[in-house]
Design a protein around this ligand. Sequence first.
Ligand code: ACO
Length: 443
Amino acid sequence: MATNTLTVIDNRTGKRYEFPIEEGNVIRATLLRQIKASEDDYGLMSYDPAFTNTAACKSRITFIDGDKGILRYRGYPIEELAEHSNYLETAYLIIKGELPDERHFAAWQNNIKIHTLVHENIKRLMDGFRFDAHPMGMLVGTIGALSTFYPEAAHIFDVESRRLQTRRLIGKLPTLAAFAYRHSRGLPYVYPDNDLSYAGNFLSMLFKMTELKYRPNPILERALDVLFILHADHEQNCSTNAMRSVGSSHVDPYSAAAAAVAALYGPLHGGANEAVVRMLTEIGSTKRVPEVIKQVKAGERLLYGFGHRVYKNYDPRAKIVRRLANEVFEVTGKNPLIDIALELERIALEDDYFVSRKLYPNVDFYSGIIYQAMGLPTTMFPVMFAIPRTSGWLAQWSEMVRDSEQKIARPRQVYIGEELRHYAPIETRPEPTQREDAVSTEI
Ligand code: ACO
């Protein structure tokens, strides 16, 4: 009769072990410790660099079926949310688990909007950055700095404190992001306008000039809101893992969020949208696409915006973003890079290299083209990702804080270094040979 267990036979000792298979098709890695070749043996560990097959938490927030290209927040398909919801409502869903009714939504909106201002000292902190500072670097610094303005955020087991920091972070992120942009342009900072929607206010803080009231274009405002919905959460990606891992030390959420933004900055993660536009600009013409595909296949370059650790099918967010691009171009005029992107996608999806590796466009392949059409510089693209992902980070962080199974994140290692050696006086040592793992071959 079938049982929900896994039987393991250790051929070194002939011993047999039976481990329960738990919900979600998992076995507990710590059970492997029972498997020992001798009494003083530590026991077996699983080795999984980059966590390609290790579940580090149980989560109720986001479901992905990478083979089928399915993404759901709290059970709701991303397509339905992108069509009918708005970012703040989706953020409520992600954080609280249910869609709000009218009264709760009005209160939630108000609670976020009353936290859009930042302390004036944050402005001075921004001023300290060089004019050409990357806005993601500025974001890492200023989000981390917020922890010094709200020391009570350290009370992470106090539900009221968690609620307050959550509202503050979601409220202030667009302000920090817009200030970073205005600083790089040498423009005065624009204070939040709470009459506008979340996305509309952000556009106002980015682009308002001398007009008394900024009125966002409704198509661009909606497009931005949809992009925010699409980027709100994506289960245990690199930056969310950073948020959880750093948060597991029980540090305040601002410090953990600074780590998450830093993780998002990298070109293999949230920085990919920036890398895509740089790549498309460098390619310059659809004529060069076959040559670029050849270089990718030869391992000479990456096709940024392609491939995903989890999706082995078309990223459902990329489909929506591709459609959205056309709506945005109706207002802004067509971004010529879209033709190169479409041609790259067309040729790649017919090519065995990409087909056999299941490499499809991810969310970042088209989002940067939209941001560029809206008038944003490439350095702002990862920042545009960080704003909405904040709600996902906070939901995941809060879930972790309340999870009694969680402890400080601390992976094991397989030590492959030297056995015991003894210290010798400097004058007696031979000239060192450069080792393979040396940081640099120079002194
Ligand atoms: N271009 C060319 N080849 C690729 C690409 C790509 N973009 N992505 C993966 N491959 C190849 C790898 O070289 C590898 O080939 P091999 O089996 O011959 O060695 C194979 O496909 C598997 O790829 P891995 O690197 O093992 O996949 P992994 O899950 O580790 O990486 C990642 C996923 C980081 C997203 C990768 O696909 C990549 O670097 N893509 C480009 C950067 C990017 O777009 N990042 C954004 C991801 S989405 C997000 O963060 C929002």
